[in-house]
Design a protein around this ligand. Structure first.
Ligand SMILES: [Fe+2]
Length: 121
């Protein structure tokens, strides 16, 4: 058994759980760029006390070599105090090698999901 068997993926345009990774066009080696990760970009995911996205973890898989975790975001308010954290985050990244940025996310009712974006120079 492998955890990969339980990580689901789908087209985010038809599946609200699929995390989306957005990177700009024209990324250059060694130059910082902005990465946006989110769940519910096309179809909103519920954000209630009973049903919410807990976190998004972001990894970089270079064309060669081991995968690297590059960011992790925790969404911790789901009605407490009348606050609801939306699962959308941006961060900056600099890469020396091309590869794939992969986001994994967790819904408390519907499990683990993944999405990705390729980075080529
Ligand atoms: Fe869900």
């Amino acid at each position: 058994m492998s955890i990969g068997e339980f990580v689901k993926s789908a087209d985010f345009k038809s599946e609200k759980h699929a995390p989306v990774v957005v990177v700009p066009a024209g990324i250059k080696a060694g130059e910082t760029f902005e990465v946006e990760v989110s769940v519910g970009k096309e179809i909103a995911h519920p954000n209630t006390a009973e049903h919410y996205i807990s976190w998004i973890s972001v990894y970089f898989q270079p064309a060669a070599g081991p995968i690297v975790q590059v960011a992790r975001f925790e969404y911790t308010a789901h009605s407490e105090g009348g606050a609801f954290t939306e699962p959308v985050s941006t961060f900056k990244l600099k890469l020396d090698k091309p590869g794939t940025i992969i986001a994994t996310s967790y819904c408390n009712l519907h499990g683990l999901w993944e999405g990705s974006a390729e980075v080529a120079f």
